[in-house]
Design a protein around this ligand. Structure first.
Ligand code: PLP
Length: 235
């Protein structure tokens, strides 16, 4: 026998949970801090629940998955791309994505700029900076990013708006480590901002489910929260 009898009750419970968790998190986030609801690996129905509770910014990490959700969900959703970005996905993603969080090379910037020129748009991007101890994470190192923004090519990228930086702290319970990394990211953010190279440079994207409160204390104004809203992901 199938479990049709219990299924609707479970679904209802899950639905309420998403809206409830979302609203609770939002209530605890100061004004001026934007919430990106990270919906990767969760179905369109889950996103719709958060949408109906008022959420409009969603983060996805895979190009094809974002496209499928984009096609079935309301058009006033702002899609943020937070996963590792490959140059061959830029053309497909550009018309759908309002902010790219994970731009990690000059070459990728050039590709985005060229594609945005081609379709007559301006792409909003964050430069991903790697400060965590994990070696697998992508991004510019703190030295590389300062070097990169000083290169002459940057000035010719007229179809990119560099809006800020994105970073992740180490995946550890050791709070002083996480705090030091967030402080380092905040320092890099203010350093670049003070150089006045990018007119719209005002986003510091840092903080996930397990560390967003600390990130906000360290100056984050955009947090990316998945698990605490949608529950665990099944990969
Ligand atoms: C998956 C992901 C998140 C969300 O992580 P949670 O721990 O589920 O909140 C945030 N940022 C990036 C870059 C991610 O890949």
């Amino acid at each position: 026998m199938c479990s049709a009898k219990t299924f609707p009750a479970n679904l209802l419970k899950m639905k309420n949970n998403i809206a409830e968790r979302l609203l609770k998190i939002k209530a605890g986030i100061p004004q001026g801090v934007q919430l990106v609801a990270v919906s990767k690996f969760h179905p369109a129905e889950a996103i719709k629940e958060a949408y109906d509770a008022g959420q409009r910014i969603f983060g996805e990490s895979r190009a094809q998955e974002l496209k499928q959700k984009f096609e079935v969900l309301p058009s006033d959703i702002q899609w943020h791309f937070i996963g590792h970005l490959q140059t061959n996905k830029v053309r497909m993603l550009l018309p759908m994505v309002s902010l790219f969080h994970s731009v990690d090379s000059l070459h990728l910037m050039e590709v985005i700029d060229a594609e945005a020129k081609r379709i007559g748009s301006v792409a909003n991007i964050l430069l991903q900076v790697h400060v965590a101890r994990e070696e697998t994470k992508f991004g510019f190192s703190p030295d590389e990013i300062i070097e990169a923004i000083d290169t002459p090519q940057i000035k010719n990228m007229t179809n990119i708006s560099v809006r800020g930086i994105m970073g992740m702290a180490s995946n550890t319970d050791h709070i002083p480590t996480v705090e030091a990394e967030f402080k380092q990211l905040a320092h890099i953010f203010h350093d670049i901002k003070s150089k006045d190279i990018f007119p719209e440079f005002n986003i510091l994207s840092m903080g996930m489910s397990q560390d967003y409160q600390l990130a906000i204390q360290c100056g984050s104004n955009m947090v990316r929260i998945g698990t605490d809203i949608f529950g665990n992901r099944e990969y």
